[in-house]
Design a protein around this ligand. Structure first.
Ligand code: GDP
Ligand code: CA
Length: 330
């Protein structure tokens, strides 16, 4: 198995070596799931964006954490990638009868997750502990680590003013032009002890193919996170979420463009330059290999579109082999 990517890079005897995957929602969850198929549970930790989190109907909703949790638990809705498979919407229908605006689709089972999480948070338990307890109950083996325990909220700047993230993303179907992004509250946030210790024992950090601006961006914006990543002896590699100049879904391509980035795997490489030693790009982007190498990172060209579970596993194996090769070369 790929339990130790290289003996030389093994951090300390007795400390479990980890693969730490940075993930947002649907794109990140797919590769995290692939990794969970290749690794023993205690050798994988998924570090998840929480800047999408918000309150609705008095409940704390954590969309990316739940997407990762449902995906790893095997209960995610395969059509959408988010929400629970086979969920019903009776509670939301009732809320509509009460005259509530039900633009955010929360199924009945999904609502139970939000109810319990809110209940535990109000009891004073940190988000990291709540997520650990709930994901274990669903049978998720790998550690799921929120990027911080403090509340951070992505705010989207548009020509017509600022929008809360879910207002932009869900209610307005990510149509407004994004002219800027800020992460409200991030100055007060700190990497959690759980994630710092996972990074310390990590052999490899994998930036999943998540939106670089609003999924990976907030994780990197937590004060101390970049330093923790740079301090870690782990090799870091990313998988480009931009394939053939486009996002496979969602607004990442339009967002990169309106924020002045090149909409390609090269643009992604520039964003992660200095943080990753390697980038996995899709076979359809093979011609970008040389310009990306010129930025000072290794490039692996491979099929990166995950259509089914087998694709997720195959890409995860490719990523782990790449990490092992980079570790051996150091
Ligand atoms: P969200 O929080 O649900 O929006 O999801 P993420 O930020 O984790 O992922 C969104 C990104 O995932 C988009 O930019 C997609 O292009 C990318 N993505 C989704 N599926 C795949 C895939 O199978 N392969 C690759 N390379 N990227 C993907
Ligand atoms: Ca998200």
């Amino acid at each position: 198995m790929l339990s130790a990517l290289s003996a030389a890079s093994h951090p300390r005897p007795g400390v479990v070596s980890m693969i730490v995957a940075l993930a947002g929602g649907v794109g990140g969850a797919k590769l995290a799931h692939g990794l969970s198929m290749c690794l023993p549970p205690r050798e994988l930790a998924v570090l998840v964006n929480t800047a999408d989190d918000f309150d609705i109907y008095g409940l704390r909703v954590c969309p990316d954490l739940d997407t990762v949790m449902y995906t790893l638990a095997g209960v995610a809705n395969p059509e959408t990638g988010w929400g629970v498979k086979g969920d019903t919407f009776a509670a939301l229908d009732m809320l509509r009868h009460y005259g509530q605006d039900t633009w955010f689709r929360i199924g009945d089972r999904d609502l139970a997750t939000d109810v319990l999480r809110t209940y535990m948070l109000r009891d004073g338990r940190p988000l990291t502990e709540v997520v650990s307890a709930m994901s274990s109950s669903l049978g998720v083996g790998p550690a799921m680590l929120p990027m911080c325990d403090e509340a951070v909220a992505t705010v989207i700047q548009t020509p017509d003013g600022e929008l809360d993230f879910q207002d932009y993303f869900v209610r307005r179907h990510h149509e407004p032009t994004v002219t800027g992004v800020r992460y409200k509250g991030v100055e007060q946030a700190r990497p959690t002890l759980a994630l710092l210790s996972a990074l310390e024992g990590a052999e490899a950090v994998v930036f999943c193919p998540s939106n670089p601006i609003v999924s990976i961006g907030p994780i990197l914006a937590v004060p101390g996170m970049r330093e923790a990543l740079l301090r870690s002896s782990a090799v870091s590699i990313a998988v480009s979420p931009i394939v053939a100049g486009q996002a496979l879904r969602g607004p990442a391509d339009r967002m990169l463009e309106s924020l002045g980035h090149e909409v390609s795997a090269l643009g992604v490489a520039r964003i992660y330059q200095g943080l990753v030693q390697g980038l996995v790009i899709d076979t359809s982007d093979a011609e970008l290999e040389t310009p990306i190498r010129e930025l000072g990172m290794e490039v692996l060209v491979a099929p990166t579109v995950m259509r089914d579970d087998a694709d997720r596993r195959t890409l995860a194996e490719v990523v782990l082999r790449f990490a092992r090769a980079l570790n051996h070369g150091r």
